[in-house]
Structure formats: structure tokens, C-alpha cells
Design a protein around this ligand. Structure first.
Ligand SMILES: Nc1ncnc2c1ncn2[C@@H]1O[C@H](COP(=O)(O)OP(=O)(O)OP(=O)(O)O)[C@@H](O)[C@H]1O
Ligand SMILES: [Mg+2]
Length: 603
């Protein structure tokens, strides 16, 4: 390798679903894979599988924890597969060589690295994924050959093959492949030198031998041949420059690499995650939203599809993992506050005529809200015509700091028209929202809004609570959750949704997960802000849909026809979970206790 002295830089990559993707989506993923290789020019792509025991309240399983890394000396940036730089990749070190072809690792397992030495002309895309249960690691080492050398090299290999004496069908096939390669390199394609290594591990050498046989047989089914070379330690440490010379090199162009794609992970076993239920393949679904590209979480489904149950199970179990995690909830139907002790939250039932102390002018002075946010919110709630909105903004900029509260502000407005509109803020019941002392909010709290009959007031209170709670509590810790159920209520009030969106965006650096629970996906999709939230949430549960919602989620999440139909017929608590790059089917499994405690039929 040219710059061998520079240390390898490692990046962790995010695996994605593959087998359930539409042909179009598969092409996109494969394109990303070949682009990554083409741009890096040389590097190592690594899949690692760890087995872990998993149990939750009597449910037991053994799960494969899969991760992917890429190492390179060349990358300035890595815009592929949500790459994140990491210091080291934690792999067990080699303790000793147990025999010429066997390593003993520090974790007491025996390991053997198998090198591929014969690729067939055709391989099905993603076939390596079918080996994830058998192999502990897959390593693809690649290096781009300079074009001037490339043709010569391929020609040389081709000649050697042609003069090798035997004239088997296999050999003829290989020669044909090499001839094709010469053509594509001449046409400008990059030529890659590559090594595909598969590491198997077992508790004893005997088991390892039989696993090797089994893996060889599986690979033979694909037309691939592998062998364990007597340079095990070097191979395990990816030492390629000198030692791999004695392995047979394989050449290919970037396009033909597609079948070797193996960044596939169709299970959701996030480290440090919450167990929620089982996937369609029967394996536990463990979700950690903090490992996703953003912290928005959406739960969609028709009424009775199990949305609130999913939210409550998530919140309860998350608290079992992180004892002091702060929660703030907006609960329009006052349903969560009944179970608030399981979320270690103070239940706050809001009454229409109780003073709340959520004054937007005070929040402006504290820097919780900007002038334009206050102006937009007041304009929308008090239906201030557009021609007066500029004036309101100016008044807020001028006087926002000088008056004590919203009452004083309204009193100070000279323009009679604007003054008349703003009277709404001083009338009952609105004035109770602003007057008084704000909630202490020293810890988790859930705000029930069932007794607030006016939808307009529900919306106003929710927005102010969100703003206040975000600044007072949620930014004070490294992880927290803000949730709002019946989120469709807000979606037509664009200033409020804009505010939620803004808080969610700023909240990322404080680890605030924003959870929106809502029916009527089709309504959400109609509002531009709602659509943005749906499109840009990294974690989405799509539970049962009716035909309108089906079409909306199908178009937003690019579901196949079959997936969309699946959603119309699924039982309660079942649906599709999209998390980062993965999409799996999920059945949310409350325990008996949880089902009893969280069911809405119990009053
Ligand atoms: N995963 C589940 N397994 C078994 N039963 C469930 C599950 N989820 C929900 N249920 C049952 O279905 C009922 C309705 O669920 P839930 O309240 O979560 O629906 P929802 O989607 O929030 O409806 P709404 O839109 O009306 O609020 C629950 O009271 C519970 O009895
Ligand atoms: Mg509900």
C-alpha cells in the first residue's frame, strides 16, 4: 500500500435492510457501496458478529450483535453508510497459534481465517448475508490498481489461466470473466485487487473443523472456494502487503463488487437499547434511538392500533435502563398521567382556569423564545391579519424587554386594531395560561390536558409547556425524552409545529428524544411541517393503517405494495419499524402487567 506509514483510520458504518428492499432501493444501497470503494481506493471493510445472551422479564434469547467498520488511510471524509469515526475496533486479540491453521483468541475461542481463492462469474447480490450465523467476521480488503498497470496484470493472469493445462468449464468461465475485465478497464473502469476473508470461531478445535467444513459446503453452493492459509496471524491482523502475496489475488472492477455487498443488518439489536418485542423473524427488537442519525421518533397508526401502548412500554422500560432520565409529556387525553409513577413523573392535570405562568413575554426575556416565534404564535392563536404582523414584531422587539408580562405588553400597544386582536390574550380562559408562577419542573412531569376543552388552548398550552420544559429541564441532562400524544391536533397550526421542530433540532445536542404519537398519518402528511417530521424522523413505528393512511405512509417511506397492504391487516401492536437504515416488522410485546396497567379500557 502506498502510504503504509500512515495509520489506518477506522469508521463505524451503519448496516441496512436489504432483502426486503424494493429493487430500486437495493440499487441505491449497492451504488453507495461501490461509490465508497471507488472513492477510498484502498481499505478494509469489516463485519463483526458477537453473540450475546438477552433476557427481559422471563423472555430469553441468544442474539447476534452485528457491526460494520471500514478502515482507510485515504479518507478525509466518509459520507457513506452514516459513517462515524472511531478510535479502535474492539476485536479479541490473538493469544497464540494453536496450530498452523488455528488461532487461539484471548476470549478463549478458537478462530480460523478462510481466504477466498475462487470467485464464480455470477454471485447473487447480498449472498454473504446468508453466512452471518456461521462466520464471526467478514473482511474485504481492496486496493485500486493504477490503470496503466491494470490491463497488463489482468492479461498476465488470463494467460496463466489459459496455459494451465486443464480446460475445465470453470476455467473457461474464469478466462471469459478476465476478458470482460480487460474490456471494462480499457473503457475506464477502476481495477481492484481484492481479498475476501471469512473468520470462523468455535469453542474447540474439533468444532472449528466441522464448522469449516460446513462453511465450505455453503460457499460451494455459491461456486466459491475458500481455504485456510498458513498465515493465520497475519490475516487476522489484516496484514496484507507482504503476506497476501502468497495468496492468489483476485481482480475485479468496482461494478462487479456489488454481489459482495454485506453491510446488511435486518435485526434491530441496538446496544444499550430497550427491548420492545419480536421481529417478523422472531428475534428480539432492541431499540436505542440515541444511536440513530436524529432523535425524532414517530408512532403512527389508526385508533386502537397500539400506539400509546408502544409509547408507554418504551418509556417504562427505558427508565428501567436509565434510572434518572427526565421525561416531559404532553398528554391531551390525560391517559399517561394515570400511569405516571411508572415513568417516575409528576402528573400535572391542567384545568382551564388554573394559573399556569407560561407567559411568552417572560420566555422571550429569558431567551427561551425569539421575537419572531412569539410573533408567529400570537398571530396564529389570535388570528392577527397579515398586514398587522409586521407591526406586532416591531412592538415585540421594542418593548419585549421593557414590559413585565404579556398583560403589560398588550396594554402598551398603541395601534387600536392590533390592540383589539391582542385583547384575546387578556380574555378568559387564555389569561390563566399566562398568569401566575410557572411550574417548578425540577424533575419529570406529564401534563394532562383532558380538562382543557378548547382545541386552540390545548395547542397553545402544549407549545408553551414544550418550550419551557425544554429550557428548564431537558437541556440540563445528556439524555431525556419529550413526548406528545395525539400530535395530529397540532399539525394545522404551523407556528406551533414550527416551534416543536425548532426545539427538536436544537435538542439533538442535549440528547432530547422527541416522540410524536399520532393517528391520521394522511393529515400529518398534508401539512408541510407534519410531512417534514414524518420524513425526517430516524425512528418510525408504523402500526395499523386504514386506506388513506396506507397511501400516505407508502409514499413517505417508499414502502412496497406488499408492505403497505400488510399494514392494513396487521393485528394490534404489530407493524413496521423503520430505524435509521433498517426496516423490520415488529410485534410490540407488553408483559401481562404492562398490558393491565397501560390498557386504555381500565379507568
Ligand atoms: N402490543 C399490544 N399487545 C396486546 N394488546 C395491545 C397492544 N397494544 C395495545 N393493546 C391493546 O389495545 C388497546 C388500545 O391500544 P392503544 O391505547 O395503545 O391504542 P392507540 O393506538 O393509542 O389508540 P388511540 O389512537 O385511540 O389513542 C390497549 O388498551 C390494549 O388493551
Ligand atoms: Mg392512544
Amino acid at each position: 500500500m502506498s502510504s503504509a506509514k500512515e495509520p489506518l483510520k477506522w469508521f463505524k458504518l451503519e448496516g441496512s435492510s436489504f432483502t426486503i428492499l424494493s429493487a430500486e432501493d437495493r440499487d441505491r444501497v449497492l451504488g453507495e457501496f461501490t461509490s465508497m470503494i471507488a472513492s477510498l481506493k484502498q481499505g478494509i471493510i469489516l463485519m463483526r458478529r458477537e453473540r450475546a445472551r438477552f433476557s427481559y422479564m422471563g423472555y430469553e434469547a441468544c442474539v447476534n450483535m452485528i457491526d460494520f467498520h471500514v478502515a482507510t488511510r485515504n479518507a478525509e471524509s466518509m459520507p457513506y453508510f452514516s459513517a462515524r469515526p472511531v478510535e479502535v475496533v474492539l476485536r479479541p486479540k490473538v493469544r497464540r497459534l494453536a496450530n498452523l491453521l488455528t488461532l487461539e483468541l484471548e476470549n478463549k475461542l478458537y478462530a480460523r481465517v478462510l481466504a477466498t481463492y475462487r470467485f464464480p462469474a455470477y454471485l447473487p447480490e447480498g449472498f454473504l448475508y446468508s453466512l452471518f450465523n456461521e462466520v464471526a467476521e467478514i473482511v474485504l480488503i481492496f486496493k485500486t490498481v493504477e490503470r496503466s498497470k491494470a490491463v497488463q496484470m489482468v492479461e498476465r493472469v488470463r494467460k496463466r489461466r489459459m496455459t494451465s493445462g486443464e480446460v475445465s468449464v470453470e476455467l473457461q468461465e474464469q478466462v471469459a470473466v478476465l476478458e470482460g475485465l480487460v474490456k471494462s478497464v480499457l473503457a475506464g473502469a477502476d481495477l481492484l485487487e481484492l481479498y475476501l476473508l471469512l473468520t470462523i470461531t468455535a469453542g474447540s478445535i474439533k468444532e472449528l473443523n466441522s464448522l469449516e467444513k460446513h462453511v465450505k459446503m455453503l460457499l460451494k453452493g455459491f461456486g466459491l472456494e475458500v481455504e485456510a492459509p498458513p498465515i493465520q496471524r497475519d490475516l487476522y491482523d489484516f496484514r496484507t502487503c507482504s503476506t497476501l502475496m502468497c495468496l492468489e489475488k483476485t481482480y475485479t472492477d468496482t461494478q462487479s463488487l456489488k454481489p459482495l455487498y454485506f453491510l446488511v443488518d435486518e435485526e434491530l439489536h441496538d446496544e444499550g437499547g430497550v427491548f420492545l418485542g419480536l421481529s417478523g423473524a422472531g428475534s428480539p427488537v432492541i431499540l436505542n434511538p440515541w444511536t440513530k442519525p436524529n432523535l425524532n421518533l414517530v408512532i403512527l397508526g389508526v385508533t386502537g392500533s397500539g400506539k400509546s401502548m408502544t409509547a408507554k412500554v418504551f418509556l417504562k422500560r427505558l427508565r428501567e435502563l436509565i434510572k434518572d432520565i427526565p421525561y416531559v409529556g404532553v398528554d391531551p387525553e390525560s391517559e399517561y398521567i394515570r400511569s405516571s409513577r411508572f415513568f417516575a413523573s409528576t402528573p400535572v392535570e391542567i384545568e382551564e382556569r388554573g394559573e399556569l405562568g407560561l407567559d411568552p413575554i417572560k420566555m422571550l426575556q429569558l431567551g427561551f423564545l425569539s421575537v419572531s416565534q412569539v410573533a408567529d404564535m400570537l398571530s396564529e392563536i389570535y388570528v392577527i391579519p397579515e398586514q398587522l404582523q409586521g407591526l406586532l414584531r416591531r412592538e415585540l422587539s421594542l418593548k419585549g424587554d421593557r414590559v413585565d408580562d404579556v398583560e403589560e405588553f398588550v396594554a402598551s400597544v398603541q395601534d387600536q386594531q392590533l390592540y383589539r386582536y391582542l385583547q384575546g390574550a387578556l380574555a378568559e380562559p387564555d389569561i390563566y395560561v399566562y398568569r401566575g408562577e410557572p411550574p417548578a419542573l425540577t424533575g419529570s412531569a406529564i401534563f394532562g390536558l383532558k380538562n382543557v376543552r378548547s382545541k386552540r388552548l390545548k395547542i397553545l398550552i402544549s407549545a408553551l409547556i414544550a418550550t419551557y420544559a425544554y429550557n428548564r429541564l431537558l437541556t440540563k441532562s445528556q439524555r431525556s425524552v419529550f413526548f406528545v400524544d395525539e400530535a395530529w391536533l397540532f399539525m394545522n397550526t404551523s407556528s406551533i409545529v414550527g416551534l416543536f421542530e425548532n426545539i427538536a433540532r436544537r435538542g439533538r445536542k442535549y440528547g432530547v428524544v422527541f416522540m410524536y404519537v399520532s393517528q391520521r398519518a394522511e393529515d400529518l402528511a398534508k401539512s408541510p411541517h407534519g410531512r417534514t417530521i414524518l420524513e425526517q424522523s430516524a425512528t418510525v413505528f408504523i402500526l395499523r393503517q386504514e386506506p388513506e393512511g396506507r397511501d400516505a405512509v407508502k409514499s413517505i417511506y417508499k414502502l412496497s405494495e406488499a408492505e403497505a397492504d400488510f399494514l392494513v391487516n396487521v393485528p394490534i401492536g404489530t407493524g413496521i419499524l423503520k430505524a435509521g437504515r433498517k426496516r423490520i416488522t415488529i410485534h410490540v410485546m407488553p408483559t401481562e402487567d404492562e398490558l393491565r396497567l397501560f390498557s386504555t379500557s381500565i379507568t
